[in-house]
Design a protein around this ligand. Sequence first.
Ligand code: G3H
Ligand code: 13P
Ligand code: ZN
Length: 306
Amino acid sequence: ALVTTKEMFRKAYEGNYAIGAFNINNMEIIQGVVNACKAKNSAVILAVSKGALKYAGPKYLKAMVDAAIEDTGIDIALHLDHGPDLATVKEVIDAGFTSVMIDGSHYDYEENVRVTKEVVEYAHAHGVVVEAELGVLAGIEDDVHAEAHVYTDPDQALDFVTRTGCDSLAIAIGTSHGAFKFAGTPDLKFHILEEIQKKMPGYPIVLHGASAVSQDHIAICNQYGGQIKGAQGIPVEMLRKASSMAVCKINMDTDIRLAMTAGIRKAFGDKPEAFDPRGYLGAARTLIQELVEHKIDEVLGSNNSM
Ligand code: G3H
Ligand code: 13P
Ligand code: ZN
């Protein structure tokens, strides 16, 4: 069914696992993700960015997600990723989304509280849950570029969720968006997560920038003409540890992009004479499904969560 994240997060918190949030942009990504979830009997969050809204449009995405629910019978939350403002939130709630993120992390604290509160009031009145963000992830996010991490302050986190009424909170503990997360040794500030968990027990935390960046997929890309150098993601053990703590939602987009590109490049390389899109898009879809099944087993622990 099409659901909010309320029950998902309650069960994930108690069961020490996390629900995967995968960014969707087209039919093959949706099918790869939900077929994996069906195979593993796992609930899932399908995340739609501003870029995805622009690329595919809310109507196509919602209609394909409805088809996915009908086809697989799994529980899906349809979520706005990095919502920039109330206008975008209203647009996707009108389209039938069940969860929205308002990302006010680039504002000063009081302005973040103000815009988040405004979105919470509107969304809750429409039966939709809200994720907010506190702290700044280093790296590139749309047009905003942050040089360094601004780790989430645990005292401020408690004040923020109390004042805004948001349903989940994305925090900064050293992850970042994209394929180049660490120049050297991976380092996440688990003591900050622990402190947040202590200050607000039972409250669901979200981890953005949480792709593991498969070196296998990068090797396939590069073997077939790609040029991806120096990419590094979050080690699987760290993600597993976060899932077992207060982190109830783990966001992955880069991993989907790499799997899709690896599948397409390999199909092109293996059969240069072929030109039926179902050949290479089908190969990409298969790699995405394998990736998500691996995530559910090894990273999230969300098998049999329905
Ligand atoms: O957090 C950002 C996601 O990776 C979405 O990226 O805005 O290019 O779709 P996008
Ligand atoms: P990655 O870039 O690590 O896949 O993170 C995705 C994300 O946080 C989407 O909101
Ligand atoms: Zn993100």
